[in-house]
Ligand binder design. Structure first.
Ligand code: SF4
Ligand code: SF4
Length: 110
């Protein structure tokens, strides 16, 4: 079981899908498949008519870029996210960071 994970701060996610493409390129996934999937939520807001949120969430295909991280490189999705939404690291450190941020998801692969 992995002691590492991904912390995703979706508050700053723009929905650009660069993480999906970066994962496809790194791992050779065919179109429509990726280790991470960005879902768009459209909701009625209290102060705005519409609120659009994007939630990037790893899929079953995510292997936390085992090859890259064993060489000391960042996972492809983390490296290419220009909004700096994602962090890779040890779970206890990510959990500590998670408690400081209001809108985050912590992912650990099986
Ligand atoms: S997590 Fe980053 S790369 Fe992925 S959709 Fe959000 S802003 Fe874009
Ligand atoms: S950590 Fe690697 S395998 Fe997992 S979603 Fe990101 S790029 Fe894909």
């Amino acid at each position: 079981m992995s002691r590492h994970g991904l912390l995703i701060d979706y508050h700053y996610c723009t929905g650009c899908q660069t993480c999906e493409v970066a994962c496809q390129q790194e791992h050779g996934h065919p179109p429509g498949q990726s280790g991470i999937k960005v879902t768009e939520f459209v909701m009625k807001g209290r102060t705005k008519p519409v609120i659009i949120d994007h939630l990037p969430f790893p899929t079953e295909l995510c292997i936390l870029c085992a090859g890259r991280t064993s060489r000391g490189e960042l996972p492809a999705c983390v490296k290419h996210c220009q909004a700096n939404c994602m962090q890779f690291g040890l779970l206890p450190e990510l959990l500590e960071e998670m408690l400081k941020r209001p809108r985050t998801v912590l992912f650990r692969p099986r």
